[in-house]
Design a protein around this ligand. Structure first.
Ligand SMILES: C[S@@+](CC[C@H](N)C(=O)[O-])C[C@H]1O[C@@H](n2cnc3c(N)ncnc32)[C@H](O)[C@@H]1O
Length: 206
């Protein structure tokens, strides 16, 4: 998996997903289950949903789920997973920056391991989607390098949870609730070659 940090464009992600029937484990991320289980279900948005395991899990917990990913291959798999689970999810094909998502509408916006280029101001975008009183949950691998190169070799700096925490803690409208690294459950399965999670959770003032 030495190529793991070189999947930058939607086409790159499509190619990566197409390289196998399924990349990820199909189980929800443990940090999602840990952080969301005690929230009252409302409207949720999963940014970079991949094959949809988190979105399906949220829907099963009673959330009304929207899920976004730029890879049509991944979204098709996610659709199938939702159909198999018998849950309804609103799918959005695109990158975080260019989708026409409703602002201030989601009680939970989560993003797990999505490479979001800083130059597109992803934290501002994520914040703008959260409803008053809602929760923003950003998780990445602790060993996430922060700088990725696309196919042409152009480097792009990605949003890290540490940077997200820094920005959120300087914003009066937000309360940082979690800012820590955490052992990741389920290591050793598909897609789990990375180390522990860096978890950032913040709540917007009501
Ligand atoms: C490492 S995968 C994680 C997938 C899923 N969240 C999970 O935990 O299994 C990262 C996902 O982010 C998506 N992605 C890449 N660039 C993105 C962007 N600009 N906006 C939203 N999602 C993006 C990729 O297509 C990919 O499905």
């Amino acid at each position: 998996m030495s190529e793991q940090h070189h999947h930058h464009t939607p086409a790159d992600w499509d190619a990566r997903y197409s390289s196998s029937d399924r990349i990820w484990s199909g189980r929800p991320n443990s940090s999602l289950v840990d952080e969301v289980s005690d929230l009252a279900p409302g409207r949720a948005l999963d940014v970079g949903c991949g094959e949809g395991a988190d979105a399906v899990w949220l829907a099963r917990q009673g959330w009304q789920v929207s899920a976004l990913d730029p890879s049509s291959v991944a979204l098709e798999r996610a659709r199938q997973a939702a159909a198999e689970a018998g849950v309804d999810i609103s799918w959005w094909l695109g990158q975080l920056r260019d989708t026409d998502l409703p602002l201030e509408s989601f009680d939970l916006v989560s993003s797990f391991y999505a490479p979001l280029p800083i130059e597109h101001e992803p934290i501002e975008r994520l914040k703008s989607l959260v409803a008053p009183g809602g929760t923003l949950l950003i998780v990445h691998h602790v060993d996430f390098p922060g700088t990725h190169a696309d196919r042409t070799g152009n480097p792009a700096v990605m949003l890290s949870p540490a940077l997200a925490a820094e920005i959120l803690s300087g914003d009066n409208a937000w309360t940082l609730r979690v800012n820590e690294t955490r052992e990741r459950a389920g290591k050793g399965g598909p897609g789990t070659f990375h180390g522990d999670d860096y978890v950032v959770k913040a709540v917007r003032s009501a």
